[in-house]
Design a protein around this ligand. Structure first.
Ligand SMILES: Cc1cc2nc3c(=O)[nH]c(=O)nc-3n(C[C@H](O)[C@H](O)[C@H](O)COP(=O)(O)OP(=O)(O)OC[C@H]3O[C@@H](n4cnc5c(N)ncnc54)[C@H](O)[C@@H]3O)c2cc1C
Length: 407
C-alpha cells in the first residue's frame, strides 16, 4: 500500500511538512485556501532559519542589526553591538516567504490544491480513511466547487483558527490578539528604520506583552499584542504605541490594518488518531517574543520526518503512537525554551516597575549576547558559569532597584 497524507494549510508549517513528505516520495496533498495569502505578521525570522530552510537571499527584505528597547518612562536602550558583521534578524514579507516554501513543496512533488477544507470525517476504526471535504477554488471562484478526498493521515497546519483541530477535538488554547497597522513613512523617517526595529513596553502599550515598530519592505509595521481580548482595549493600546512613537511616524500614511490571534500555549491534544497538529494550529508561539514562524516550519518538518520514518518511506500507515513520537521529540528539543520565555514574560511584563528593570537589564552586553545568540541560533548554549552568575545578579539588582518585586 502507499500512504496518502493531506496537509491542511500552506503557511511555513504546512509547506515545510509537505516538502519533507514529498522529498521522501510520499503521496502528499497540500491544501491552501488563498494562494496569495499575506498572513498578518511582523515577518521577523532568526538567522538560523535561512540556512536550515535553504532560503534564497531575496526572501529577506531587510537585515535588522539594531534593536531599541524603550521603557515605560521612555528610557531607550540600544541592542546589537554584540552582533558580528554577518549576523542579523531577517525581515520578510509573508506572502513572499510562504509563496516560496509552498512552490518548492509543489515542485518537489506535493499536489497543491487551492481549496478550503470545511470538514473531516473521522473513521471508526484504526485503519479506515479520513475524508476531507473542501471547496475547490481552482475555477477562480470564492465559493468553489464541493469536493472530497480520502487519505490515511492528516497534518493540521491551518493556523490559529484551525478547522482540523476542531474536527479532531484537540481542545482550546488561550490566545492573545495582535493588532498591526502598516504605515508608509516619508523617506527621511523610513531611513531611520533602515536596519532598526523598536520594542516598546509599558501599561499604555500592552498590559502583558510589548508593542513594536518593525521595518518591512517599504514601510513599517506598528502594532501591539495583548491577552486582554477586547476591541476597545486593543484600540487604546494601539493609540498608545502610535503616541509613543509619534515623532518617528510623523507624516506616515496607513496602508493596511490587520489583526490575528496568537496562541498562548499548546493545545491539550496535538495528536489524536492519525491527525497531528503543527505550527500555530498546535500552539507553538513563544511567550515574551511572540515568535512563531521558525517554530511552525520546524514543527512541520519534524512531524513529517516522524511520518517518513515510521511509515518506512510511505509503505505502512503510522499509528497514533508513531505520531506521538513527533511530540516527544518536539517537547524534548523546545520544551525548555517555551518554559524559560514563559517565566520571563511573567516576571518582566508584570508592571511598569518590572518593565523598567527589564529595559535596564537589556543594556548589559552579556545579557544582549545571550539573548541574541538564543534567538538567532535557537540553541540554548549555557553561558559560562561566571557570566551566568553575573547575569543573575544583574537581573535581581535591576528588579530590586525598580522595587519591582514588591507585591
Ligand atoms: C501581528 C502578528 C505579528 C507576528 N510577528 C511575528 C514575527 O515577527 N516573527 C515570528 O516568528 N512570528 C510572528 N508572528 C507569529 C506568526 O505569524 C505565526 O506563528 C506563523 O504564521 C505560524 O505559521 P503556521 O504555518 O503555523 O500558520 P499560518 O501562517 O497561519 O498559516 C496557515 C495557512 O493555512 C491556510 N488555511 C487556514 N485554514 C484553512 C482551511 N480551512 N483550508 C485550507 N487552508 C487553510 C491559511 O490561508 C494559511 O496560509 C506574528 C503574529 C501576528 C498575528
Amino acid at each position: 500500500m502507499a500512504l496518502r497524507v493531506a496537509v491542511v494549510g500552506s503557511g511555513p508549517a504546512g509547506s515545510s511538512a509537505a516538502e519533507t513528505l514529498a522529498k521522501a516520495g510520499i503521496e502528499t496533498y497540500l491544501f491552501e485556501r488563498k494562494l496569495d495569502n499575506a498572513k498578518p505578521c511582523g515577518g521577523a525570522i532568526p538567522l538560523c532559519m535561512i540556512a536550515e530552510f535553504d532560503l534564497p537571499a531575496q526572501i529577506i527584505d531587510r537585515r535588522v542589526r539594531k534593536m531599541k528597547m524603550i521603557s515605560p518612562s521612555n528610557i531607550e536602550v540600544n541592542i546589537g553591538s554584540t552582533l558580528k558583521d554577518d549576523e542579523y534578524i531577517g525581515m520578510c514579507r509573508r506572502e513572499v516567504l510562504d509563496g516560496f516554501l509552498r512552490n518548492r513543496a509543489s515542485q518537489l512533488g506535493a499536489t497543491l490544491i487551492n481549496g478550503t477544507v470545511h470538514g473531516v470525517d473521522i473513521p471508526h476504526n484504526t485503519s479506515g480513511s479520513y475524508v476531507l471535504h473542501y471547496a475547490d477554488h481552482s475555477d477562480g471562484s470564492v465559493e468553489g466547487v464541493s469536493k472530497s478526498l480520502s487519505v490515511d493521515l492528516i497534518i493540521g497546519a491551518d493556523g490559529a483558527n484551525s478547522r482540523v483541530a476542531k474536527a479532531m477535538d484537540a481542545g482550546d488554547y488561550n490566545y492573545a490578539i495582535a493588532f498591526q497597522e502598516r504605515i508608509r513613512l516619508p523617506a527621511d523617517k523610513m531611513a531611520y528604520y533602515e536596519e532598526l526595529a523598536e520594542m516598546y513596553v509599558g501599561d499604555d502599550v500592552s498590559p502583558d506583552f510589548y508593542a513594536w515598530v518593525f521595518p518591512k519592505y517599504d514601510h513599517v509595521a506598528v502594532g501591539t499584542g495583548t491577552m486582554q481580548v477586547n476591541k476597545l482595549k486593543i484600540k487604546q493600546l494601539q493609540a498608545g504605541i502610535r503616541a509613543r512613537a509619534s515623532h518617528r511616524l510623523a507624516g506616515g500614511k496607513i496602508i493596511k490594518v490587520e489583526a490575528h490571534p496568537i496562541p498562548e500555549h499548546p493545545r491539550p491534544r496535538r495528536v489524536v488518531g492519525r491527525i497531528a497538529l503543527v505550527g500555530d494550529a498546535a500552539g507553538y508561539v513563544t511567550k515574551s517574543s511572540g515568535e512563531g514562524i521558525y517554530f511552525a516550519a520546524k514543527s512541520g518538518r519534524m512531524c513529517a520526518e516522524t511520518i517518513v520514518e515510521s511509515s518506512h518511506s510511505g509503505t505502512r500507515i503510522p499509528t497514533e503512537t508513531d505520531l506521538k513520537g513527533y511530540l516527544n521529540r518536539w517537547d524534548r528539543q523546545y520544551g525548555m525554551t517555551y518554559r524559560v520565555l514563559d517565566v520571563l514574560q511573567r516576571i518582566f511584563y508584570r508592571s511598569d516597575a518590572t518593565r523598567e528593570a527589564f529595559v535596564e537589564m537589556c543594556a548589559d552586553r552579556d545579557v544582549q549576547k545571550l539573548t541574541f545568540d538564543s534567538y538567532l541560533y535557537k540553541t540554548v548554549v549555557p553561558a559560562n558559569p561566571l557570566v551566568q552568575l553575573k547575569i543573575t545578579a544583574k537581573t535581581i539588582g535591576s528588579l530590586l532597584r525598580g522595587n519591582a518585586l514588591a507585591p
